[in-house]
Design a protein around this ligand. Structure first.
Ligand code: GLC
Length: 601
């Protein structure tokens, strides 16, 4: 039977009764109860046979998403684009790229999603356009063009000397000289992605209108891309240079004057007003280094900012130990705003590989799912995580599709590895396409795919499905208070989530050894012996009570009867400073004034 031990227990005894229970939000705040799922559109399902995913393909897989329990899908950009950055270089904000279908397909997608209770969130690139966008073509045509001021054009400091020393995140100067008009234009990303001038009210109006236009088409909101780049220092002051060079051979520098300007928040607050008027939700691409910084994206001085800023602070940790997780959770519990939990996206190497040990692949995939799906907040899953899809870097240079990967080959293969085709079945191209997939299908697709995993009760997929279903019916898991049940345990993260009379215990073994499951609260022992396991990676146990041990990277989720009132004393909670270990790929220079928070691809 269970071991409910620890002498220090009384002090650590978990004040379940006093665990904070946050209010669930107004009925329209559907996003607080939702599980979001990012679809990298190029890679999900191809119906046309061209080797890239499309909207019709997504429609054909909606039953799968419904069955998984997904409430909202975030689609990576599917607007017309030259695809230099696979859609993040938009040439028309109000249409669909023929590669992916038509507006009619999009409308059908929204309708079909609605039938299944799934909402559609679009990825809106506010910061820049493609250089093939008619606005930029008009802008570069002449210095007197009415669109000139829609982008950032400046004279150089001198001959062959750009207006500032700012570097592009994607290598080289952030300024490109345009011979026709004799000026430089600014681009934080590729030179084919000129930055819009957000100080120009016409640009703001156009983007707001674009949001509203899609809102009328039925989208539920937007994931706002690169919001930390919207504004730059109008005086174009040089950034302070730091020692050393980055992966592109550019000098390291503190991005003080062209990244995370405080004024960006003013724009986000304006966009929030629009979103609130139109009932849209705003998810933000925001990499933060502290809880205070994350807090700032939710708004200040009573003015609201983003609904769901994705701080990625947990995802930036190089390892996930029980202590590291505890620290992040404790910090998130102090947030005045609704937390987002996510470990992966289309820019980061897949989480199961980053946190993998080469041995316990599936178990670690389940641990990662357990982390994001059992905490208070909104989880965002990245397609294929529910299968345990790992990172699959291209093996041959000719297979590399991400230009960044080609630049970095063979040392920094960059983002292709996280964007490989969704693995549907054991057939050719994993059921993703009848043609040749745009990225190679990983070698494990024959065994790791939806069809195979669906039939295996112990699969990663079935673990995700069951956990999402549990979460759906459990206010405690979605929005309940959090209480650490064994703060001193170096290996197991064991906590309770409580809401009203409902209490759920979650224990996650973050180590590669079998460990004792201990709850440092003797007063809980009687209740724990009556706990009912709802989900366990070791299989469903017989009878009541918690297992005594958890296998390597094991997870157990149990319904836990309330203890008799008055038996518990409040215990300490840990609020340590969060510390972010930046730069998974090592390209992010540290900055003395503010720790660097550049995304790590
Ligand atoms: C965002 C996207 C990334 C893209 C970049 C430039 O960070 O997530 O994929 O390359 O913006 O648009």
């Amino acid at each position: 039977m269970p071991a409910f031990l620890s002498a220090a227990a009384v002090l650590l005894a978990c004040s379940i009764l006093s665990a904070r229970v946050k209010t669930p939000g107004t009925p329209s705040e559907w996003w607080k109860k939702a599980v979001f799922y990012e679809i990298y559109v190029r890679s999900f399902q191809d119906m046309e046979g061209g080797g890239t995913g499309d909207l019709a393909g997504i429609i054909s897989r909606l039953d799968y998403l419904q069955d998984l329990g997904v409430d909202a899908i975030w689609l990576t950009p599917c607007f017309p684009s030259p695809q230099v950055d696979f859609g993040y270089d938009i040439s028309d904000f109000r249409a669909i790229d023929p590669l992916y279908g038509t507006l009619r397909d999009f409308d059908r997608l929204v309708r079909e999603c609605r039938r299944r209770g799934i909402r559609v969130v679009l990825d809106l690139v506010l910061n820049h356009t493609s250089d093939q966008h008619p606005w930029f073509k008009a802008s570069r045509a002449s210095r007197r063009s009415p669109k000139r001021d829609w982008y950032i054009w400046r004279d150089g400091k001198g001959e062959a000397d750009p207006p500032s020393n700012w570097c592009s995140l994607f290598g080289g100067s952030a300024w490109t000289f345009d011979h026709a008009t004799g000026q430089y234009y600014y681009h934080y990303f590729y030179q084919q992605q000129p930055d819009l001038n957000w100080r120009n009210p016409a640009v703001r109006r156009e983007m707001v209108d674009t949001m509203r236009w899609w809102g009328r088409r039925g989208v539920a909101g937007f994931r706002l891309d690169a919001v930390d780049n919207l504004l730059e220092d109008p005086a174009l002051r040089d950034n302070p240079v730091l020692p050393g060079k980055n992966a592109f051979g550019d000098p390291n520098m503190e991005t003080r004057h062209n990244y995370k300007l405080k004024e960006n928040h003013g724009i986000l607050r304006q966009l929030r007003q629009v979103a609130d008027q139109d009932g849209l939700v705003l998810v933000g691409e925001t990499y933060t280094t502290s809880i205070d910084e994350l807090q700032s994206y939710y708004g200040t001085n009573g003015r609201k900012g983003l609904h769901l800023p994705t701080g990625y602070m947990l995802a930036m940790e190089k390892t996930l130990t029980a202590d590291i997780c505890r620290r992040h959770i404790a910090e998130m519990e102090t947030l005045r705003g609704w937390p987002v939990w996510t470990l992966g996206n289309h820019d980061l190497p897949r989480a199961v590989t980053r946190y993998g040990d080469g041995v316990h692949h599936d178990a670690i995939a389940k641990v990662l799912g357990a982390l994001v799906l059992t905490l208070r907040g909104t989880p965002i899953l990245y397609y294929g995580e529910e299968l345990g899809m790992g990172n699959n870097d291209p093996r041959r240079k000719e297979d590399v599709r991400d230009s960044l990967g080609a630049l970095g080959w063979p040392n920094a293969k960059r983002r292709d590895g996280a964007r490989t085709p969704m693995q549907w079945d054991a057939g050719p191209a994993a059921g993703f396409t009848h043609g040749t997939p745009w990225l190679p299908v990983p070698a494990d697709a024959g065994l790791r795919n939806v069809e195979v995993e669906r039939k295996d009760p112990g699969s990663v997929l079935n673990f995700y499905r069951r956990l999402i279903a549990l979460r759906r019916e459990s206010p405690a898991l979605r929005e309940g208070g959090y209480q650490d049940l064994n703060p001193a345990d170096p290996h197991l993260l064991t906590f309770a989530r409580t809401h009203g009379d409902e209490r759920v215990l979650v224990a996650i073994n973050l180590s590669a050894e079998t460990r004792k499951l201990t709850v440092a609260a003797p007063a809980l022992a009687p209740a724990a012996s009556r706990a009912k396991v709802r989900l366990a990676t070791a299989g469903d146990p017989e009878g009541p009570g918690l297992p005594e041990t958890l296998e390597p990277y094991g997870v157990v989720v149990a319904a836990f009867p309330q203890p008799e009132r008055g038996k518990l004393v409040p215990g300490p909670t840990q609020y340590e400073d969060a510390r972010r270990i930046a730069g998974i790929l090592g390209g992010c220079p540290p900055s003395p004034s503010a720790p660097s928070a550049c995304p790590s691809w």
